[in-house]
Design a protein around this ligand. Sequence first.
Ligand code: 2HA
Ligand code: ZN
Length: 277
Amino acid sequence: MSLTYIQHKIPFVREMMEVTRNLWEMGWGERNGGNISYLLAEEEVETYIDVTNVKRSLALEFPVVDLAGKYFIVSGTGKYFKNVVFNPEENLGVIRVAKDGKAIDIVWGYEDGSRPTSELAAHFMSHMERLKQDPNHRIILHTHATNSLAMTFVHDLDEKLFTKTLWQMCTECLVVFPDGVGVIPWIVPGTNKIGEITAEKMKDHRVVIWPQHGIFGAGRTMDETFGLIETVEKAAQIYMLINSHQGGIKQSLTDQELLDLAETFSVIPVAGILEAK
Ligand code: 2HA
Ligand code: ZN
């Protein structure tokens, strides 16, 4: 199927169809791997959906009062990204957080009786944190980006060292993510604990690496968020390529070159990584 033909009368549903298809085509969303949540403006939702018609309500194990009344379109638990484009109404859902933050109302989708992603805790907690940092924040995207995941087996998991290596892999990385990447320890997915620790990292970073699992990215638009993850993944791909190269690394970007780049592009690299000569 060519992407040209992805159509849906609801623009934010179409965006979800496109991004899930792209993630699957990249090979980062095998089986039911990955999940996305997208904060929607109330007016945007009301234009297309009768929000007074609540289909089901589900209790939340973790209260999210900060998100009370907010709408999200969220990928469904156990759903395959590969299939979203063929049946968005079953694989996606639009939810509204209840006034007390203790439940969600489903107002569209999950038509086969399903529910939001198992990683909803990590998504909601990350949204709350990113909204404190950036009022225009909208998207949390989790995917099993192949090389980012592979790199967590062979690289030191210290996040400053990890960030520096990624910055050195492609000239434009520092410009795209001057805030670096956060790295958490391995934690059982789908738990409140991984949600809390991921969100804590989201205070300072829009990208959080889950060792031996995947990546979490945050952003204002689908393009920006996908592009951010693509850029990290590209750097990780270069790292994996050059590390399996017998000749070894002959040259790389120096701290001074990265600092020159930051100055020219007016970005501030996260502190404690680069040293001026
Ligand atoms: O199955 O990726 O982390 C969806 C996931 C869980
Ligand atoms: Zn996952």
